[in-house]
Ligand binder design. Structure first.
Ligand SMILES: [Fe+2]
Ligand SMILES: [Fe+2]
Length: 286
């Protein structure tokens, strides 16, 4: 199958639409939470930002879909817009159910190809980190399994979104006559670089917002033995697990997993060196 062909378009659109699962988060069995779980949930600083991203994306994608000339691509983009809006509704249900404090200001985004591309590259960065964070949080039982299990379908949907996105990017470039590896690699690298910069800025902004109880009091189990290599390994392994479920003919996001593997190799080398040469206590001179 040739990337950018009609066959490719049919495959990435249809496989995306055929794996859509209908559900309504208002009907989910939201569990009762004990005090510590509630405190942990309330201390997570990202709910406002997450709600802004999901609701903003739902609206932007819904409008951008209408500009797509191809009927099948339009239907797939509309479906992604619906799923992003539904992610927003999941968060709204959780916020209401557990009394989380949020003050979202949903940004008005102009529904252009550029806005969709920025959003897609953001999702590739966020999903890789999200896969790892979710696995570590679940393993450490930070929140009850009855709650975290509800969110596992969101991660499956994000995996579907990023696979759809990278295939759409390749198809869209071919449609616009931008062929050849250089015409592909340079904008892709620029897309990822932009997304990483936006996320670093977002992280700095989050840190400047006031937070409640010290994280160490609430998340001690998770933070105690958390290392950079453990986090990166979880990201890489989980990404491979999610990506294995897609048709082998489809493209997958490659840049962020490769970057994470590279960073993991460096982190492991540093950790091995530290283990081999532990800092010895200063010896008495004699
Ligand atoms: Fe989403
Ligand atoms: Fe998404």
């Amino acid at each position: 199958m040739k990337i950018g062909s009609d066959e490719h378009k049919a495959l990435f659109c249809r496989s995306f639409m055929e794996t859509h699962r209908p559900y309504d988060p208002a009907e989910w069995p939201w569990p009762e939470l004990d005090e510590i779980s509630l405190a942990r949930l309330r201390a997570v600083p990202i709910w406002t930002l997450a709600l802004e991203v999901e609701l903003g994306a739902g609206e932007m994608l819904g409008k951008f879909a209408k500009t797509a000339g191809d009927r099948l691509v339009r239907a797939a983009l509309e479906l992604q817009g619906y799923e992003e809006g539904r992610h927003g509704r999941i968060l709204q249900c959780m916020i209401e159910r557990y009394g989380l404090k949020v003050a979202p200001q949903v940004p008005k985004q102009i529904p252009t190809r550029g806005a969709f591309m920025d959003f897609g590259y953001n999702e590739c960065v966020d999903s890789l980190a999200g896969f790892g964070i979710f696995r570590l949080a679940r393993d450490a039982r930070i929140l009850p399994e009855t709650l975290t299990s509800l969110f596992s379908r969101v991660l499956v949907e994000e995996a579907r979104h990023i696979v759809f996105f990278v295939n759409w990017v390749a198809w869209d470039r071919t449609q616009r006559g931008l062929r050849g590896p250089l015409m592909h690699i340079i904008p892709v690298l620029a897309g990822y670089a932009g997304a990483i910069v936006r996320r670093i800025k977002g992280g700095a902004e989050l840190q400047s917002r006031p937070s409640g109880a010290p994280a160490r009091d609430l998340f001690g189990d998770l933070l105690e033995d958390l290392t950079l290599s453990k986090f990166l390994r979880a990201c890489v392994e989980e990404n491979e697990r999610y990506m294995a479920s897609f048709d082998s003919r489809l493209l997958r996001p490659r840049f962020m997993p490769a970057l994470a593997k590279f960073a993991l190799a460096i982190a492991e080398t540093i950790e091995r060196a530290r283990a081999a040469f532990p800092r010895s206590a200063s010896r008495p001179v004699g």
